[in-house]
Design a protein around this ligand. Structure first.
Ligand code: SAH
Length: 465
């Protein structure tokens, strides 16, 4: 972060603006909106500022800039078209420890002005650190269209009812949930359509009708976090992650995805490294039950899809037995994500009419798979958790009649900026794993479709993206 966003209270505080033209007037509009007392220093005044001066909105001193003018001010803006003057303003302000902004000269600023979405008292500030004001404006335009104009009214409603709701709901998580419901439901819609009184009445009725001290039953959301790229989350996954009280996550969940969980949510790491489960599966199942019984909204966040080699079934089985409400949110499974980002279609009219997802995890050193079923013509086979047993896998496939020249791809950390794709044939694949130091998580795709990778590859991750 190049700049720390803060919100300044300038109400009735003295601010100086050096420069009297149109640019100055645009900045002054913002200062006045924040209630500042603005004095303009400039030998001459433009039309707008002249008018504001006559209307008593601003004070005016018709003089060239002198450093003493800044004494006692709390904020300075330099908006002259004279670079030398701007520089002197900046130096004088800095010497006095006063925050200074010089229009269009970021190197002279100690603070920059963001793009502002004003839904007072809700205020959103967007900054690109001075790098691209155009980008900041585009972001602002998007947010403007996303955030209903009545949002400010919503904040006022909250203020009016805050104490009442606090008395009714003594338990903070219950209180938060109540507000979330109110702010997203019918009452919010009333505010947006300008029916403030009806909204207040409806809110009062809601408060009167609830028993605020009853611990509600929590809920568990079994959420697929996808293969790594956070852009691949579903809307529902994101929304539930934003509402969670606690998130229980696996090692496979990428840091970029975890980053999107509500900041205040408790995070519990449940592990699941090969042969090194941080929490045994049974304990995870019971942990989820316990958290839900405490009234929490629990997100059980898994890599990929929860129902594909994710033990999702076992976890919700315990929930079902205990009568805990739950939802399952599908995610993009590693096979779909890795195949797409490696440019390897899993089926293709010319090469594969079926695709099989199979676990390559070795139980007691052997892979108990139906090898015959895997060795079929025109079929793609995708191995999850196959890295450790790669030698056995290739040997058995060849042993059961698959040509040793069959192509295979290793996709390591697919869809992330660390994605690596290596291709070989069945005979040489195990050697490649060793030589290229391939690490988990890696997916193995076997079949003729792998030849398409050379032509259809499109995702070239660099450390920067
Ligand atoms: N439920 C998950 C799979 C869990 S099994 C899903 O639907 O994707 C764990 C295996 O998934 C890993 O051993 C690896 O083979 C594969 N995997 C998961 N994420 C991956 C990724 N980003 N890149 C490559 N393989 C991945």
């Amino acid at each position: 972060m190049d700049f720390l966003p803060i919100f300044l209270n300038l109400r009735q505080r003295p601010c100086a603006v050096i420069g009297g033209g149109e640019v100055a007037s645009r900045k002054i509009t913002l200062l006045l909106a924040a209630g500042a007392r603005v004095t303009v220093y400039s030998p001459a005044l433009g039309e707008t500022l002249q008018r504001w001066r006559e209307e008593g909105k601003i004070a005016y001193v018709a003089q060239e800039f002198r450093p003493e003018m800044l004494e006692g001010c709390e904020l300075v803006i330099a908006a002259t078209d004279d670079v030398a003057v701007n520089r002197r303003v900046s130096e004088a302000a800095r010497a006095r420890g006063i925050p200074v902004n010089v229009v269009d000269q970021p190197e002279l600023c100690t603070f920059i002005m963001p793009s502002i979405i004003d839904r007072s008292p809700v205020t959103i500030a967007v900054s690109t650190g001075g790098r691209s004001p155009v980008l900041a404006r585009l972001i602002r335009a998007r947010l403007e269209s996303l955030i209903p104009a009545g949002y400010g009214g919503l904040a006022k409603l909250v203020t009016a009812f805050r104490d009442k709701v606090k008395q009714t709901f003594k338990h903070p998580p219950l209180r938060r949930r109540f507000w979330e419901e109110v702010l997203q439901g019918r009452i919010a819609e009333l505010v947006y359509s300008g029916q403030d009184q009806a909204a207040a009445k409806a809110l009062q009725e809601r408060i009167d009708s609830v028993d605020g001290n009853k611990t509600p039953v929590g809920e568990v959301y079994l959420v697929g976090g996808g293969p790594g790229d956070p852009d691949l989350l579903t809307f529902r996954a994101l929304r539930l992650m934003q509402e969670a009280d606690v998130v229980v996550y696996d090692r496979l969940v990428s840091p970029a995805v975890l980053e999107l969980v509500r900041r205040d949510a408790e995070r519990i790491y449940a592990g699941k490294e090969r042969d090194n489960h941080a929490i045994p599966q049974e304990d995870i199942n019971h942990l989820l039950v316990r958290l839900a019984k405490e009234g929490k909204r629990v997100v059980r966040l898994k890599g990929g899809d929860p129902f594909i080699f994710g033990r999702g079934g076992e976890e919700i089985d315990t929930l079902a037995a205990e009568g805990i409400p739950f939802q399952v949110v599908p995610g993009i499974t590693a096979a779909a994500g890795c195949a797409a980002y490696a440019g390897i279609p899993l089926t293709h009219r010319d090469y594969a009419q079926s695709v099989v997802f199979v676990t390559g995890h070795l139980q007691d050193g052997t892979v108990n798979l139906n090898w015959k079923a895997l060795v079929q013509p025109d079929q793609t086979v995708v191995f999850y958790m196959g890295l450790h047993g790669i030698e056995t896998i290739c040997r058995e496939l060849i042993g059961h009649g698959m040509p040793p020249t069959t192509l295979a791809a290793l996709v390591q950390q697919g869809t992330t900026r660390n994605q690596r794709v290596l291709t070989a044939d069945l005979a040489t694949l195990p050697g490649i794993v060793e030589k290229a130091q391939v690490k988990a998580p890696t997916l193995i795709i076997v079949g003729d479709v792998v030849q398409l990778h050379e032509r259809l590859r499109w995702f070239e991750p660099t450390a920067a993206n």
